[in-house]
Design a protein around this ligand. Structure first.
Ligand code: C2E
Ligand code: CA
Ligand code: CA
Length: 625
């Protein structure tokens, strides 16, 4: 890059330089004292004195502007300024005025000057008048071919346009910089939005919104240079596949957009998108190896309508993209009215959940966990219920997936903890103490900073001991990429005195090894293996192996959802003593849960109270940590 000290607008200079180099670069190289060291052949032919080399620059030209230029201070004081200079042309009584710019090139410390014709002078006339030839300009002169300039000038003159070509080109170049993504050279978001809004005002359009599938991995594992290579590869795959019919742009990050004119039949769009994805999946070279990325595509079309604009059509394509990434990466999906309707209802529902959280409509229902033989109550699981003002009582199946997608699970679980711990306190006051409450924790909870600390704090605030709480985690959390962090969180929970249960045991793929490595105190056999075991030998075999694995590791087993006494009997034979199922009790509102305890313990819960009051600060699970 050229340095141009003393300029107010460095960009303008850079741009001007590029343009000057492409125009008529009467090209002078000066030494610091202002003697001509070298000159392009065009200038050498044009000016006096002859020979040009070695002549003082001010013998060759006279600076007209800036007017107050003091030649004794040298050319260096002009760096970056726009100049008008007069040259004394050979065999020409009238001297010619040339507009130019002096730029410092790092050329062994010598200033380097470019001079260029202004477009208001007809270049062809100028060349002819001065006895030059077009072939005098060109690479030999350190410049690009002059022919395009001449053609352009002639066109402009023909059009009668009096615009300054230099200005025009400077503007083009500046616009290019502002509207193009520097890495890929594709139009950027700004240019895309402008273009989309413009064609949407007259024409139907179709937008393909593309997002890379393994980009983050490449960036994280191989570094940004590899990421950049993936983006460039994607850009060229887009241009190659869509270039003929579409404007291709980079939205930012690993997101690209192709804009097609008109509305296309679905089959053609799918074929086009499939070709695009296949092209992107082609290996590309990087640093001596071959890498691959995948891509998913969301597609939306729109006709010009009052409420349609660039933001909206991109949002529609983005919805389809989100959906396809969720369902089957590496494919394309077209946004449909059904998808838009589903999105609407998702938005309404998540807004309603937010409102419900504010209004404290989410409460913990409590489902007893019992020892089948003695009837002893060992604990209660807190299960979220939504007391919806219009829709009545809702269960997790009605809202949990939306809460999860809307990122509201943690807030909801926070509400659950509050509600469940309050119930615990109340149960003590009522004289029907719940020995232990089980709380469901998600990956989000376990990876949240200070999860166990904040739980302890919530317990302390209520004067409760951590041994009164068991945390249920589902098997699948250990397949999350944050498995180590999760294991650490589990360890710090047991250190605080909480017990840990592995929920839905059998549905995930926890290995015996991960069971050993975790500070667990219990596993809960999923209902899928427990309900109806008595009538299904295959299920029984599965259940037996699960219970066997857990008891070998000295873990308590809770069977979920057994349907009758026969099921219970089978589990008892396997050595499982604890149950949580509708067969014993359904999840209940807390007052009903207190009444249930009261009925079971004959109004006296003294023995229960003794059981947990003496619970040691460090619970069972500690042994494995
Ligand atoms: P889960 O943790 O496995 O909870 C047990 C589910 O089995 C509960 O469903 C419970 O009502 C149901 N259940 C228990 N015994 C029987 C039975 O004998 N028959 C049948 N058919 N079902 C039985 P629920 O309350 O609908 O909860 C479903 C799932 O939603 C839970 O499965 C849990 O994964 C999640 N969930 C519930 N509450 C919360 C919460 O507060 N936070 C989080 N993060 N998840 C929760
Ligand atoms: Ca659970
Ligand atoms: Ca479960």
């Amino acid at each position: 890059m050229l340095g141009a000290p003393g300029t107010e607008d460095p960009l303008a200079i850079t741009v001007s330089h590029q343009i000057l180099a492409r125009l008529l670069p009467f090209h002078l190289l000066l030494d610091p004292a202002g003697l001509v060291l070298a000159a392009g052949p065009s200038l050498a032919k044009l000016v006096e004195p002859s020979p040009l080399i070695g002549a003082p620059v001010f013998d060759v030209l006279r600076v007209v502007r800036p007017q107050r230029f003091d030649a004794s201070k040298g050319f260096q004081t002009l760096f970056g300024k726009r100049l008008s200079v007069e040259i004394r042309a050979l065999g020409d009584a009238k001297s010619s005025l040339i507009f130019g710019i002096a730029l410092e090139l790092d050329h062994g410390g010598s200033p380097h000057i470019f001079l260029a014709l202004t477009p208001s002078v007809n270049a062809r006339t100028f060349i002819e008048e001065h006895g030059l030839k077009i072939s005098d300009f060109g690479p030999a002169d350190g410049s690009a071919d002059i022919a395009p300039l001449l053609a352009m000038q002639e066109d402009m003159l023909e059009d009668g346009k009096k615009k300054s070509l230099r200005l025009e080109m400077a503007r083009d170049a500046a616009e290019r910089l502002a509207n193009h993504d520097a890495l890929t050279g594709l139009p950027n978001r700004r240019a895309l939005m402008e273009y989309l809004n413009e064609i949407l005002s007259q024409n139907a359009v179709t937008v393909l919104h593309l997002d890379l599938d393994k980009f983050k991995e490449i960036n994280d594992s191989l570094g940004h240079a590899a990421g950049d290579a993936a983006l460039k590869h994607t850009a060229s795959a887009m241009v190659k596949t869509l270039g003929r019919e579409a404007l291709c742009a980079r939205l930012g990050g690993d997101e690209f957009v192709g804009v097609l004119n008109g509305q296309w039949p679905a089959s053609q769009l799918h074929a086009l998108a499939d070709r695009l994805i296949a092209e992107i999946m082609e290996p590309f070279a990087w640093s001596g190896e071959f890498l691959t990325v995948g891509a998913s595509v969301g597609i939306a079309s729109a006709r010009p309508e009052a409420e349609m604009n660039a933001d909206k059509i991109l949002h529609h394509a983005d919805l389809a993209l989100y959906e396809v990434k969720r369902l089957r990466r590496g494919k394309a999906l077209i946004c449909t009215p059904e998808l838009l309707a589903a999105q609407d209802s998702f938005q309404n529902m998540s807004a309603d959940i937010r409102r419900g959280i504010r209004e404290r409509e989410f409460v913990a229902y409590l489902q007893p966990q019992v020892m089948a033989e003695s009837g002893e109550i060992v604990g209660m699981e807190a299960l979220v219920r939504w007391q919806h003002p219009e829709r009545g009582l809702l269960t997790p199946g009605d809202f949990l997936a939306v809460a999860e997608r809307a990122d509201l699970i943690q807030e909801l679980d926070g509400e659950m903890r509050r509600s469940a711990l309050d119930a615990l306190v109340k149960s003590d006051h009522e004289g029907t103490p719940i020995p232990k409450v089980s709380l469901n924790a998600t990956i989000r909870d376990l990876t949240a900073p200070m999860f166990s600390e904040s739980l302890v704090w919530e317990l302390d605030a209520r004067n409760l001991h951590p041994s009164r709480v068991s945390i249920e985690i589902v098997e699948s959390v250990f397949f999350d990429k944050n498995a180590t962090q999760i294991t650490e969180a589990c360890k710090s929970l047991t250190k605080e005195g909480f017990s840990l249960s592995l929920d839905d045991f059998g549905t995930g793929h926890a290995s015996a090894l991960s069971l050993v490595n975790l500070p667990l105190s219990a596993v809960k056999i999923d209902r899928a293996f427990a309900a109806g075991v008595a009538a299904d030998p295959q299920r029984e075999a599965m259940a037996r192996s699960l219970v066997g694995m857990a008891t070998t590791l000295d873990l308590e087993v809770i069977a979920e959802g057994v349907v009758d006494d026969a099921d219970v009997k089978i589990f008892q034979d396997m050595g499982c003593r604890r149950f949580q199922s509708f067969h014993f009790a359904r999840p209940m509102e807390r007052e009903a849960a207190f009444a249930w305890i009261k009925a079971r313990t004959g109004g006296s819960a003294a023995n229960l109270e003794r059981d947990f009051k003496d619970a040691p600060r460090v619970a069972l699970g500690q042994r494995a940590s």
